[in-house]
Design a protein around this ligand. Structure first.
Ligand SMILES: [Zn+2]
Length: 282
């Protein structure tokens, strides 16, 4: 009998056809990575201008094309998350007006949920700005985020959130918004999360911990209810500004001697299987 190979999943990565793209995915696989959760880039990163909901199709189709190429050539399994970026609101409302911007972004989320319905994506992406904005923009962001929760409830999928820095108060509020929309907070993933595993567990929100410095050791000291990510942005003009594609597999392997392999079966297989309703096999 052969021992099964540990899956290693990066829960939040971007790949840009104008970036290192396949090469970055190969680097991830070569370091021992097996699964990528590929998150749609903000439209401007792909040079796509958004004026109506349908324009998001171009963004989403580009992400799906990259996902297929990576699976064909990169020797990794790719799951796709599609949606809108909270910064789009501040970026568009001067040009489109606030009401129109909200309508367009909600429309983009509706289209993303159709891709989920067809099995082309496993979840939605939404959130609210990580920087301070005027109250009306904050309100609009919460409105869009709540709508993503409603769509996720109907599509029976998860939502990855880009938000302000995690605090118990903020996470509790977001969990409340999810419940109001009928979505279990366990289906809401805080992307770019600090290692606040217990705080997240208390609120129900599922943390995706950024694998920088000693964050994963700190997370493990609190439990195993989390996933790992790099938020690799694949932007050639900003090299070294984020964690590289090898980080999650490397960190995992570095920590196995001290923490054992079992905790990583939980983190890289059981947790994503439960949150996304997918199967993780190597
Ligand atoms: Zn990201």
């Amino acid at each position: 009998m052969t021992t099964p190979t540990l899956p290693i999943l990066d829960n939040h990565m971007h790949l840009n056809p104008n970036g290192r793209c396949i090469e970055a995915a190969k680097e991830f696989a070569h370091a021992g990575g097996t699964h990528i959760v590929l998150v749609s880039l903000p439209p401007w990163s792909l040079g796509i201008s958004i004026n109506k909901p349908d324009d998001y199709r171009q963004v989403f189709d580009t992400v799906l094309k990259v996902a297929r190429r990576v699976e064909d050539e990169g020797n990794v399994k790719v799951f796709v998350i599609l949606g809108v970026h909270p910064a789009e609101l501040t970026k568009y409302y001067g040009r489109l007006g606030l009401d129109k911007t909200i309508e367009v972004m909600k429309g983009g989320l509706e289209i993303a949920s159709q891709y989920v319905g067809k099995g082309q994506a496993i979840g939605l992406k939404s959130g609210r700005p990580h920087y301070e904005v005027e109250p009306k923009l904050w309100e609009a962001s919460n409105d869009i985020m709540q709508y993503s929760f409603q769509l996720a409830k109907d599509a029976n999928c998860a939502v990855q959130l880009h938000t302000e820095s995690a605090t118990e108060e903020g996470l509790t509020e977001i969990a409340g918004i999810a419940r109001t929309a009928g979505l279990a907070p366990e289906k809401v993933i805080k992307h770019f999360s600090p290692p606040l595993i217990k705080t997240c567990e208390k609120t129900g929100i599922f943390p995706s911990v950024l694998a920088g410095e000693d964050a994963i050791e700190k997370a493990l000291a609190e439990g195993t209810r989390f996933m790992m990510e790099t938020d690799y942005i694949d932007d050639l003009t900003r090299p070294g500004s984020v964690l590289g594609p090898k980080t999650v597999p490397r960190r995992t392997k570095q920590l196995i001697p001290e923490w054992g392999e079992d905790v990583f079966w939980k983190i890289h297989k059981e947790n994503p299987e439960k949150v996304y309703g997918v199967e993780i096999n190597t």
